[in-house]
Design a protein around this ligand. Structure first.
Ligand code: NCD
Length: 321
């Protein structure tokens, strides 16, 4: 395993990308590399987290994020428990903090938390003794998604600095967009956002990105096109006139992609809505689409995060003893 000292990541939790230093992001990505190799072996298990308990607490549905955190924990030898919204006591009216205290009493080392409200994971992290990883809170942040996106880009293109990425679609409701914007800004990637004005947050000018309302202009010469799902579950009312019209103007197809660099790559965090924000021809193009690679990198990045936070926890406990 790569030798990464706990001080290369000095935080107890991973709640967001905002506030992380470039060296801390690089340490997580470097450690992830070794877990990519390990996950490609027949025997994918190591005993790094043997005896540790990881609880995945998902107050919102998820397929890839929850599965990949579960696999990550199991590949590191931890005991992994999953709590999903339908079986949780939340349904019976328990508050978030009571749930946090209940779980804390079972002495988990790591809690991986997804919650529909921005800030909820931060609140929970203040009430528990273990380390907390934010697996997506409302519109706010989804740090492991940004890390896996960065790892995917870095492996394919050899680096991050100097690239131009266009993030397109429902920026307003997207924690993926926010985490990626923070990461790209700090790692020297130029960021463009391309969206109709109705799908941009009012505070967009504070993000240090270039804003476009036209796909061809926004994609002109970019290295990477990152598409986002229309997050209708977070919308109150209608943000686009019709899905057909949305696809016409903002859906990524081969014609719009032609404005980007000839070798430009396509990304999507999933779940994809084909024919809404992305055309199948582009999504399934094995030369241009990184979508499956993103999923693979997700497991490696989550292994690195679980590993590094556990080491940090251990060194904190040793100091306190
Ligand atoms: C994203 C999420 O949940 O924020 N999905 C994911 O984690 N891969 C994006 C989305 O739901 O559209």
């Amino acid at each position: 395993m790569a030798d990464v000292a706990p001080y290369s990541y000095p935080h107890r939790h991973l709640l967001g990308i905002e506030g992380l230093a470039p060296g801390e992001i690089s340490a997580l990505l470097d450690l992830s590399e070794s877990y990519v190799e390990q996950s490609r072996r027949d025997d994918k298990k190591v005993a790094v987290l043997k005896g540790r308990t990881v609880i995945n607490v998902f107050f919102e549905t998820s397929t890839r994020t929850r599965t990949s955190f579960e696999l990550a924990g199991k590949r590191l030898g931890a005991d992994v428990i999953n709590i999903s919204p339908d079986i949780s006591a939340i349904k019976k009216g328990e508050t978030l903090l009571d749930t946090a205290l209940t779980l804390n009493a079972m002495r988990p080392d790591l809690l991986v938390v997804r919650h529909p409200q921005s800030g909820a994971v931060h609140l929970l992290s203040e009430k528990v003794d273990g380390a907390v990883i934010n697996a997506g809170d409302g519109w706010h942040e989804h740090p492991t998604q940004a890390l896996l996106d960065a790892l995917t880009i870095r492996r394919r293109l050899g680096g991050l600095t100097g690239l131009t990425v266009a993030i397109c679609g429902d920026i307003m409701h997207s924690r993926v967009a926010r985490s990626n914007i923070h990461l790209f800004n700090v790692m020297g990637i130029r960021v463009r956002v391309v969206a109709p004005p109705t799908l941009l947050p009012p505070e967009m000018d504070r993000f240090g990105v270039e804003v476009f309302h036209d796909m061809r202009a926004g994609l002109d010469g970019v290295d990477i096109v990152m598409m986002l799902r229309l997050q209708t579950e977070r919308m109150q009312g209608s943000f686009v006139p019709s899905v057909r019209e949305y696809f016409h103007f903002f859906g990524l197809d081969a014609r719009k992609l032609a404005a980007a660099r000839p070798d430009a790559l396509v990304m999507h965090p999933g779940p994809m809505n084909r024919g809404v924000e992305i055309d199948s021809d582009v999504a399934d193009d094995i030369h241009r689409s990184l979508i499956q690679e993103q999923v693979e990198m997700g497991v490696a990045v989550r292994m690195a995060c679980l590993d590094l936070l556990t080491r940090k926890l251990q060194s904190n406990r040793a100091e306190a003893a």
